[in-house]
Design a protein around this ligand. Structure first.
Ligand code: NCD
Length: 305
C-alpha cells in the first residue's frame, strides 16, 4: 500500500484496509521508539496552527524531530501574515516551497481540503472547524485496538456531538469497523443530521440518548468530549449547556469492569480528576499513542518507511 504524497484530510477518504495498514505501521513505529531513527533526516515539516493546540501540535513536532526531521511554522494566527489580511491559499502556496509536508489546523470547515488543493506537498488536517480531525481518530482507533484487540466495540460517544470534530471523525471510523454506537449529548448538541445519516448508511446500530448513566453501564468504550465553547455563535447558549454532564468515580461503579474511558483532551470538567486513578482511565495513554501514530503518518506520506 502506498501513501506517498497522500493528503490526510478526512477519515472518510480512507478504506478500512488503509486504516488498518496505518495502525500496523504505527505499531511498528512504537516498537522502534527506543532506538535512534533518522528516517526523515533532511525533511522539513511546516506546522501551521491557526487555532490553539497542545497535544496535536507538540506531538507532530516531536514525531518529526524523533524521526530526524526539522520543523518550521507558527502556533498563533496572529503572528503570520494572515493577520495582515493574507488569504489561506497564498499562505499555503508560500509554505509549500519551504516544507516537505504541511500540518494545518484552522477554524474554518474545509480549510485543510482547500490547502491540499493548492499545496504541492502533502497536507495533513489537524482539525478544520467542527468538521474533521482524522489524526486524532487514528490515535483513538490505535488505542482502542491496543486495549480491546478489536474495533467492533460497543462505544458510547459523549458530549458536544454537534461541534466536536473528533467525534465526527471517530463515529464514522468506528461505524466502518462495525462498532455499535450510543450517542449521548445535552439537548441541542446532538450529532448533526448529515453525520447521523452517514452512520446509518454504514449499517451499524446507533442509539441517540441523553442518559449518561445508562450509557456508562452499557459501554465497553466511553469516549468523552468537551463542550466546544469557542464554536457557539451565542455565548448564552453555551451557558445553558456548560457542565451538563460529568463522569464521576461513583458513576463508574455501575460500569463494566473492562470499560475504558477515553477523551481527546483538553478536558474542562466533564471527567472528574478522581477518575484518573481508576483502572478505566485511558486518556493519557491516548496522548502517548499520538506519537507513534503521527510518526507513522509522516513517514507514510513522505514515502519513507
Ligand atoms: C481536540 C480538538 O482540537 O479538536 N483536541 C485535540 O486535538 N486532542 C478536542 C477539543 O478541542 O475539545
Amino acid at each position: 500500500m502506498d501513501f506517498t504524497r497522500r493528503d490526510i484530510i478526512s477519515i472518510r477518504d480512507f478504506s478500512k484496509e488503509e486504516i488498518e495498514y496505518i495502525l500496523e505501521s504505527a505499531a511498528r513505529m512504537e516498537a522502534r521508539l527506543g532506538s535512534k531513527l533518522n528516517l526523515l533526516e533532511g525533511k522539513i515539516l511546516a506546522c501551521l496552527f491557526f487555532e490553539p493546540s497542545t497535544r496535536t501540535r507538540l506531538s507532530f513536532e516531536a514525531a518529526m524531530k524523533r524521526l530526524g526531521g526539522r520543523v518550521i511554522g507558527f502556533s498563533k494566527a496572529g503572528v503570520a501574515s494572515i493577520a495582515k489580511g493574507e488569504n489561506l491559499t497564498d499562505t499555503i502556496k508560500t509554505v509549500t516551497n519551504y516544507a516537505d509536508v504541511i500540518v494545518i489546523r484552522h477554524p474554518r470547515e474545509g480549510a485543510a481540503r482547500l490547502a491540499a488543493e493548492v499545496s504541492e506537498v502533502p497536507v495533513i488536517n489537524a482539525g478544520d472547524g467542527s468538521n474533521q480531525h482524522p489524526t486524532q481518530t487514528l490515535l483513538d482507533l490505535y488505542t482502542i485496538k491496543k486495549e480491546k484487540g478489536r474495533l467492533d466495540v460497543k462505544a458510547a460517544i459523549v458530549g458536544d456531538l454537534k461541534y466536536g470534530r473528533t467525534v465526527h471523525s471517530l463515529a464514522h471510523a468506528l461505524a466502518m469497523f462495525g462498532a455499535s454506537l450510543i450517542l449521548v449529548s445535552p439537548s441541542g448538541l446532538e450529532m448533526p443530521p448529515e453525520v447521523l445519516a452517514d452512520l446509518l448508511e454504514l449499517g451499524v446500530e446507533v442509539k441517540e440518548s441523553h442518559n449518561l448513566e445508562e450509557a456508562v453501564s452499557e459501554a465497553e468504550v466511553l469516549y468523552v468530549t468537551r463542550i466546544q465553547k469557542e464554536r457557539f455563535p451565542d455565548p448564552e447558549e453555551y451557558e445553558k449547556v456548560k457542565g451538563a454532564y460529568k463522569v464521576t468515580r461513583e458513576m463508574l461503579a455501575s460500569a463494566r469492569k473492562d470499560l475504558i474511558v477515553m477523551h481527546p483532551l483538553p478536558r474542562i470538567d466533564e471527567i472528574s480528576p478522581e477518575v484518573d486513578l481508576t483502572e478505566h482511565a485511558r486518556y493519557f495513554q491516548q496522548v502517548r499513542n499520538g506519537l507513534p501514530v503521527r510518526m507513522a503518518l509522516l513517514t507514510l506520506v513522505l514515502g519513507v518507511e
